[in-house]
Design a protein around this ligand. Structure first.
Ligand SMILES: *Cc1c(COP(=O)(O)O)cnc(C)c1O
Length: 305
């Protein structure tokens, strides 16, 4: 079986006075529309993992995530769509009722289990993995956020799907797997800029370099991580971020969420406004998806949706 063929996702041109003034063109690649359930970058990250798991004869996928993880959500959807049993190891304690992300995962047939925060920190160590093998039998392990060499291979293809000339590609960064794939796809040309959504995410520099090595890619240098737009940390927001997202949607009819895509777009517009990109630069920003989470997590959106 070939798991799923990537459909060509449209590039949407953004018209904005700020762009005109800076002489910069911005196109948004709508990866949020790549699959109804396995949305955005998670689809690209999972695709080859699902193929390899199946080729190796696995019928059980196990992965890790926080209680609001888009990766867990996508993995549950993928399991249901492609006939894998899925096990979600969730950081922290169980809460009832389940939040909408976890409820969705259970509805897709995912088995949820919880790891204490300290076990979660050591989740890739043999002690914990052996315990999981004892508990669940053989499984195909997908790391937190889905980031591994096969995710890099999948995200690489996003670049080949862009059919216009451009200079810079941008993406929000959680674990950096998506950006690593984009860097790989650029093959040393142009430039990739990642926007870290975690506070003080200096680890991204090394983690991304490691993911590229794992994927047998050369040590590219045409990329950078911007650490300035985390808004206080993972899943933290500030009123100016939330109003930016509302205004962006009103003006461009493109929904963003405050955890990933909103931070990237806020940061990107801020840099453009500051003249950080030379006139004539064409930027492609990846809309990595994540929209299913925004209703449940941020009450301020409930009125708008
Ligand atoms: C998971 C996620 C990211 C982060 O991707 P990484 O590969 O972990 O950097 C970005 N955007 C959205 C919408 C996500 O769900």
């Amino acid at each position: 079986m070939s798991i799923i063929r990537a459909a060509c996702r449209p590039l949407q041109k953004i018209e904005d006075k700020i762009l005109d003034k800076a002489g910069v063109r911005l196109l948004i690649k709508r990866e949020d529309q790549v699959h109804p359930v396995i949305s955005g970058n998670k689809w690209h990250k999972l695709k080859y993992n699902l193929e390899v798991a199946q080729a190796q004869g696995h019928d059980k996928l196990l992965s890790f995530g926080g209680a609001y993880s888009n990766h867990i959500y996508a993995l549950a959807g993928a399991g249901k769509a492609y006939n894998f049993n899925t096990i979600g190891m969730i950081r922290g304690e169980a809460y009832t009722p389940l939040n909408p992300t976890l409820q969705f995962a259970v509805d897709q047939g995912m088995q949820l289990h919880y790891l204490s925060r300290s076990d979660y920190r050591h989740k890739y160590e043999p002690e914990i993995l052996d315990k999981l093998k004892e508990q669940f039998g053989e499984f195909y392990l997908i790391p937190e956020g889905g980031s591994n060499a096969l995710a890099v291979k999948g995200c690489r293809e996003i670049i080949a799907d862009i059919n216009v000339p451009f200079d810079v590609i941008t993406s929000p960064c959680g674990t950096g797997g998506t950006l690593a794939g984009l860097i790989a796809g650029l093959e040393g040309k142009k430039k990739a800029v990642g926007f870290a959504v975690l506070k003080g995410a200096h680890f991204l520099q090394d983690d991304i370099a490691q993911l590229l090595r794992d994927a047998n890619e050369p040590g590219f240098e045409n990329w950078e991580i911007n650490l300035d737009y985390h808004f206080g940390g993972y899943a933290k927001a500030k009123p100016e971020l939330l109003s930016f997202i509302d205004e962006f949607e009103a003006q461009h009819n493109i929904p963003l969420e405050p955890i990933y895509t909103g931070k990237m777009m806020y940061g990107l517009f801020d840099l453009i406004r500051q003249g950080k990109f030379p006139r004539g630069t064409v930027i492609v920003a990846i809309h990595t998806g994540g929209l299913q989470g925004r209703k449940s997590r941020f009450k301020c959106f409930n009125n708008a949706l």
